[in-house]
Design a protein around this ligand. Structure first.
Ligand code: GBH
Length: 495
């Protein structure tokens, strides 16, 4: 190599290692996990208030989100944290029952409107874009009492709510996420019962709920398209939780098992949106099993032709939450089923114990799966615009959080490779989470925050962890530097 080619090579390497100029970084949270103020100033109860108060033992440490990080009273503090770490955007969710206390659209709570207006305005005056999730699991209890998501009547309630949010905040909010993780809402809420409302209508409740969510999402999207898009010029999409499923061994049956898993977890939502209707393998398998089980019709409800048309094409971007990977094999009835996946998938997926663990039992560290899922999305759905709306690591709360630092460096390197080497159309990345917070059934025992929160302090003081400074440096330089050690911290051992 002569001097000129060497220089060009080095320039290329440096360039190859940087995030594109217009790539955006941000931080994500959810209302019930951080806000507290559960009954403040006119807010109505939601299913998480009800679930944690009625069944305290369903939460590992018997806690709840009554106060959480008290973000209801801490707009200024939280925005300052975001500013300090150079966030381009903040992804937060709106508590439905803070806007419509019992879910009915005739009764609006002015304090809820005030709260989100203040948050949005302060973000914007600090040059941080708000990205709003309309529904991150906290259904108004009134709507739960009408049957919750398995009831198709909730479509209209959600559309009324979405309409109100667009009209109240759409002059300033330009990115909307209808639902966070429909697979968790439906599979865990109504089929396995790990999350509120905790029902176990196995193989029934999940698909009824899923049908409602897809139609509600699509109608909210169409409403925006028709009534708001022309003057508000924003984007609407949905966020789906993806696990990367890797074949556990060579051979066709293993490849099939991995593909079926991807379709059952991810295609359940994205196939109707990008291609129309449920993934054929889901339809075939659930129809088959339903018949075997003596049902008079498939447990997976059919969409009408009009509904298929309504749903297809309702995404301006694909919101992706990615945390972990599994290895899949054809069903082995003696093996433990992956709890993240419906048993109708008829596959066995697991995580080898040799993979690095986290504080969460469902999650092991698998950066390589990030590049693979992004490439799979590119191929399967025609390289859609992707926004990574969550990615993060759980530990027990160390300030010198080397495992999280390595996690971020390694996952972001894979993301960068997907963009630079594979041409995946990823536009932004949100770290989960801005703060340690209420981790659903695990209470406050699993910490995902880049800021430590002192939950025994009535003030809920926040302290940046090492990882906050590391991500700040990545945002500032648009580069990953595994040797970067912020002041006041020790260098981390390599991953
Ligand atoms: C995301 O879900 C959520 O959007 C976010 O709210 C959450 O805090 C974050 O990830 C971390 O979990 O322990 O058996 O009850 C990712 C999927 C949802 C999987 C919660 C594990 C609890 C399973 N996770 N779920 S269990």
């Amino acid at each position: 190599m002569n001097f000129v080619t060497l220089t060009l090579f080095l320039v290329y390497q440096v360039h190859a290692l940087s995030f594109p100029e217009n790539f955006k970084f941000g931080f994500a949270t959810a209302s019930y996990q951080i806000e507290g103020g559960w009954n403040a100033s006119g807010k109505g109860p939601n299913i998480w208030d009800w679930y944690t108060h009625t069944y305290p033992t369903r939460i590992a440490d018997l806690t709840n989100g009554d106060v959480a990080c008290d973000s209801y009273h801490k707009i200024a503090t939280d925005v300052q944290l975001l500013k300090n770490i150079k966030a381009d955007f903040y992804r937060f969710s709106i508590s439905w029952a803070r806007i419509f206390p019992n879910g009915q659209p005739n009764n609006i709570n002015p304090d809820g409107v005030r709260y989100y207006n203040e948050l949005i305005n302060l973000l914007l005056s600090n040059n941080i874009k708000p990205i709003v999730t309309m529904y991150h699991w906290d259904l108004p209890l009134g709507l739960h009492q009408l049957g919750g998501w398995p009831n198709i009547a909730l479509v209209d309630y959600f559309v009324d709510y979405a309409d109100k949010l667009f009209s109240l905040f759409g002059d300033r909010v330009k990115t909307w996420i209808t639902f966070n993780e429909p697979s968790q809402i439906c599979e865990f809420g109504y089929s396995r019962g790990f999350l509120a409302p905790g029902y176990t209508q196995l193989g029934i409740g999940n698909y009824m709920c899923g049908r409602t969510l897809l139609i509600a999402h699509a109608k909210a999207y169409r409403l925006y398209e028709k009534k708001y898009k022309q003057h508000q010029k924003g984007l609407v999409g949905m966020t789906v939780h993806a696990v990367w499923f890797e074949p556990a061994a060579e051979g066709k049956t293993y490849a099939e098992a991995a593909d079926i898993s991807l379709q059952f977890m991810f295609g359940w939502w994205e196939h109707p949106i990008y291609k129309g209707d449920y993934p054929p393998v889901m339809r075939k398998q659930i129809n088959y099993l339903s018949a075997q089980q003596n049902f008079t019709k498939s447990r997976l409800p059919y969409f009408t032709k009009d509904e298929i048309k309504l749903i297809k094409g309702t995404a301006d971007f694909l919101g992706l939450n990615y945390y972990t990977s599994f290895l899949c094999s054809p069903l082995d009835s003696s093996a433990v089923q992956n709890p993240l996946l419906s048993p109708d998938s008829n596959v066995t997926c697991y995580q080898p114990s040799s993979w690095q663990s986290t504080a969460s039992s469902w999650m092991k560290v698998t950066p390589w799966g990030f590049r693979k899922i992004l490439n799979w999305i590119k191929k399967e759905y025609g390289n859609p615009k992707v926004l990574v709306t969550e990615n993060g690591y759980s530990d027990t709360g160390e300030l010198q959080d080397c495992n999280r630092v390595n996690f971020l460096n390694d996952y972001l390197t894979e993301l960068l490779n997907a963009i630079k080497k594979d041409g995946c159309n990823v536009q932004g990345y949100a770290a989960w989470s801005l703060l340690d917070n209420f981790e659903w059934g695990s209470g406050y025992m699993q910490k995902f925050g880049l800021h430590y929160v002192n939950f025994s302090d009535p003030n809920r003081a926040r302290t940046p962890k090492m990882s906050a400074y590391v991500l700040r440096n990545i945002i500032k330089t648009k580069k990953i530097d595994t040797t970067f050690t912020p002041q006041g911290f020790k260098a981390c051992p390599p991953s």
